[in-house]
Ligand binder design. Structure first.
Ligand code: CO8
Length: 259
């Protein structure tokens, strides 16, 4: 996949998307969103890819949407021109494989919101998170007002969004914004380790578990539990379920085939 503002590498079933606008702290312009949307669409259906990592490299994740580009936009330009940001984030969030954000340095505004579209977040001890949009006279329009409160609760999300203040990795871990904090030079390695563990599990079961959690957030508890029961039942039609339980009985590691 050849893109200009992102790099995509696939190794041992794990795709790594690297944001690649280093000179502007990986500010997310409309081209990044368009390329991310295309990459996510391709990776979702690529059978050789079992997990996806998204990173900004070893210095910064992303300092937000490109303010210089946004400064020139009117309401209609945003409604139409920035639509790919929504598409990109939703494709990452809903792809039937795990997506891990590996975060060094700043993850601000749209950058922070991009990490929220991932399933799990691994942060460097030097990472800083925030939704400073309020200081620009706008609000977090990349899912921040929706995904952040669902992740960390409305009270803390409102504090972050109303103040625009940044929090460090330790605080992000404490409030549940990130899953793990590691030394800065180990973020990608830790994300890959996590990805490998996910990949070693039954991929059908994992993708349905992800669907249950994501879809369940759009349902009331009763419907969510019903949806879960249907997905659970469906897994008993897979070879992975047979293999997983047979392996347990035979006291060996399962060899899942993803079918
Ligand atoms: N957009 C454009 N350029 C940026 C951005 C940005 N968000 N952030 C940094 N840059 C550029 C700077 O302009 C500078 O470029 P140049 O060298 O040409 O002047 C270069 O990156 C380096 O930046 P700094 O010199 O500012 O670096 P510092 O280390 O001094 O400061 C900061 C780092 C604190 C991260 C600072 O750059 C900063 O505050 N950046 C803006 C953070 C911010 O407000 N982010 C939120 C943006 S709004 C947003 O994300 C809305 C999301 C909406 C959803 C998606 C669209 C629908």
């Amino acid at each position: 996949m050849a893109f200009e503002t992102i790099l995509v590498e696939i190794e041992e079933g794990i795709a790594t998307i690297t944001l690649n606008r280093r000179d502007v702290l990986n500010a997310l312009n409309s081209q990044v969103f368009t390329e991310l949307a295309e990459a996510a669409e391709n990776l979702a259906v690529d059978d050789s890819v079992r997990a996806v990592i998204i990173t900004g490299g070893d210095k910064v994740f992303a300092a937000g949407a490109d303010i210089k580009q946004m400064a020139l936009l009117g309401a209609v330009d945003v409604a139409i021109g920035l639509r790919p940001s929504k598409i990109a984030f939703e494709r990452l969030e809903n792809m039937p494989k795990p997506v891990i954000a590996a975060i060094n340095g700043y993850a601000l505004g749209g950058g922070c919101e991009l990490t929220l579209a991932a399933d799990v977040r691994v942060a460097a001890d030097n990472a800083q998170f925030g939704l400073p949009e309020i200081k620009l006279g706008i609000l977090p329009g990349g899912g921040g007002t929706q995904r952040l409160p669902r992740l960390i609760g409305a009270g803390k999300a409102k504090e972050l969004i109303f103040t625009g203040d940044l929090i460090n990795a330790e605080e992000a871990l404490r409030v549940g914004l990130v899953n793990k904090v590691v030394p800065a030079d180990q973020v990608l390695a830790e994300a890959k380790k996590m990805a490998k563990k996910f990949v070693s599990r039954g991929s059908v079961a994992l993708s349905l578990a992800k669907a249950c959690i994501n879809e369940g957030q759009r349902m009331d508890l009763e419907m969510g539990l019903e949806y879960e029961h249907k997905c659970f039942s469906l897994l008993f039609a897979t070879e992975d379920q047979k293999e997983g339980m047979k392996a347990f009985v035979e006291k060996r590691k399962p060899n899942f085939q993803g079918k």
